[in-house]
Write a protein of this length. Structure first.
Length: 93
């Protein structure tokens, strides 16, 4: 990773914004249960920059909290995009 990206991630982590973004994404995914969303949809819905959403979603996939679900055509860009949703057992009672 180039040093500018490392420095940006370090600054984001130190500021607490990274944790706030993770919490916002997971709270939203909890509220919508098994619905699937693209990274673009999450970015637009939550008001978080797409690059930040991509980073947080990749972390959550790596941690097993989100799963890749399929592909859909983005309503705005018209491109085929991957969707994610909460892991099936994540919010089980």
């Amino acid at each position: 990773m180039p040093s500018t990206k490392v420095e940006s991630l370090d600054a984001l982590t130190a500021s607490g914004s990274k944790d706030a973004q993770l919490i916002a994404i997971m709270n939203f995914m909890r509220d919508v249960h098994q619905a699937a969303f693209s990274r673009n949809q999450l970015s637009r819905t939550l008001g978080i920059q797409l690059s930040s959403v991509c980073g947080r979603v990749n972390e959550l996939i790596g941690d097993g909290q989100l799963v890749r679900y399929g592909r859909v055509k983005d309503a705005i860009t018209g491109r085929s995009v991957e969707t994610v949703r909460a892991a099936p057992d994540l919010f089980a009672s």
